[in-house]
Design a protein around this ligand. Sequence first.
Ligand SMILES: NC(=O)c1ccc[n+]([C@@H]2O[C@H](COP(=O)([O-])OP(=O)(O)OC[C@H]3O[C@@H](n4cnc5c(N)ncnc54)[C@H](O)[C@@H]3O)[C@@H](O)[C@H]2O)c1
Length: 333
Amino acid sequence: MEKMRVSFLGAGAWGSTMGIMLSREGHDVRLWEIDTARVKKLKHKRRLPGILPGARIPSQLHYTSDIEEALAGADLLALAVPCQALRATLRRLPRGYEPPRMVVSLIKGLERRTGFRPSQVWAGFFPRRPATVLSGPSIAIEVLNGHPTALVAAGDDREGVKSVQKVFSINNLRVYRSDDAVGVELGGALKNVIAIACGIAEGLGAGTNTRAALLSRGLAEITRLGERLGANPRTFAGLAGWGDLITTVWNPASRNHRVGLGLARGKKLEAILAEIGMVAEGVETCRIANKLGKMHEVQMPITEATYRVLVRNADPRKEITRLLSRSLKEEVW
Ligand SMILES: NC(=O)c1ccc[n+]([C@@H]2O[C@H](COP(=O)([O-])OP(=O)(O)OC[C@H]3O[C@@H](n4cnc5c(N)ncnc54)[C@H](O)[C@@H]3O)[C@@H](O)[C@H]2O)c1
């Protein structure tokens, strides 16, 4: 494949991982990092301890906190900042900035103020250059360590999706295509809420029955909201839905799962997030999903219970009792 220059906005676990993957293919990768002290450390130590344990960052990966330098001459732009930072990051782009033909969003979340998906936030700035969404079950360090990983690239622009599929189908990565960006983005965002719920249950000593119930019924409410917002319900049975949900719940290092565990053990949210030290998108997504559910009259009992524990300091045991004592209904509705 033709060698490209690839620019990343965001140089955390995921931006750096995908940057390393592409640089191993011979692409010229530049990453923008807002934190200048971190850039210095990265340049000097070539490691991200606590974020990508044991990983060595190749010397050809160029980190900078100068956004113009990061973007110069890019053939592909990848968005990899936390969802709540995306709008402010795009406001930093130089005046008159022309994005490259290929833009890909790696972000999983929903914007707090608007409820927008990351690709919608992007479209507000560059409506004529749609971003392809790349999502699916992908724990950064596993990708770096060569574990086979399947992702899905989605968007309305078929050619853009195909190009992203081709660029990222490298080594241990296999990328599928989808025309359902709404479903793929919502799956990636909403699974984090159910991961928090499962973490809470696990922290309370729940067995596999309880966790399986939360996963299955959690996916049911993700699908209900997704369909209401225009997604194809089948998308949620795929990599960006079920696949990503299982990964987040299985992996003990998953940040959103750790948030739930911490809450069940009586820790304060701020303390849990400080301990994790990286973005846990599910926290904000939970607030938004709860609001969207109400706005669109979609029943989302697990999301609502998680919201009450997370935001209103409700007792998680009482919330579980409440979930069990709801009116009886058909499974598929
Ligand atoms: N880590 C993974 O395994 C993984 C996998 C798939 C998708 N994602 C998604 O990728 C996105 C980024 O996650 P991550 O794991 O790299 O997070 P991270 O916390 O490791 O890094 C986030 C990056 O954004 C920067 N940042 C933080 N606040 C900022 C702000 N206000 N303005 C500009 N930049 C800011 C950080 O300095 C860092 O470079 C998230 O939406 C996440 O859900 C992560």
